[in-house]
Design a protein around this ligand. Structure first.
Ligand SMILES: [Zn+2]
Length: 174
């Protein structure tokens, strides 16, 4: 985009937002030469991509399906409706901004898992187990192993700390 101030062409995008129910992306940009900030509005051709399912057929991206999957994984967990919707919104916005015509359901599943992992371990494992049981069980087992190994390492570390304290207590002549 051409800077309105100095005419330079190089800029970086600071923020992208999709107006709700609109086909326009609002982008805040900063000119790399003079640091002037300006806003552009870009019309997008196709709002959402088709999702390519594992069996090869495609369907139009549906935010509700993400919400449904995430909601199930989050049952009885301390996670608000807002948090669940935020996961779906972030993925939807990313897809719109990517402007690709097709995206794999695998990719969407991975994005949901990455988001859940940040929010809640239990919800993450639940989603991963349901999602992955149809796809790649080995990967899932590896994931569970990694999680439990991480937990064990933490426990070992805390036991080690206790023991070290005890040893220091014994060695202490006073
Ligand atoms: Zn400039």
């Amino acid at each position: 985009m051409k800077c309105p101030e100095c005419g330079a062409i190089d800029d970086k995008v600071i923020d992208s937002r999709l107006a709700k129910d609109s086909s326009v992306i609002r982008r805040r940009r900063e000119c790399l030469s003079c640091k002037t900030r300006f806003t552009t509005y870009e019309r997008i051709e196709e709002t959402l991509p088709y999702v390519i399912k594992k069996l090869g057929y495609r369907e139009l991206f549906d935010r509700k399906k993400i919400i449904e999957g995430v909601r199930r994984a989050c049952e009885k967990r301390p996670i608000s409706v807002d948090q669940i919707e935020a996961v779906a919104d972030a993925i939807e916005q990313e897809l719109i901004e990517r402007q690709e015509k097709e995206v794999s359901s695998k990719y969407i599943g991975e994005r949901v898992m990455a988001a859940l992992r940040q929010i809640d371990d239990v919800a993450y494992v639940r989603f991963a187990s349901v999602y992955r049981s149809f796809r790649d069980i080995e990967e899932f087992i590896t994931e569970i192993k990694e999680l439990s190994e991480l937990k064990e390492a933490k426990e070992r570390q805390s036991r080690h700390d206790v023991r070290r304290d005890e040893e220091q207590g014994i060695q202490d002549p006073h």
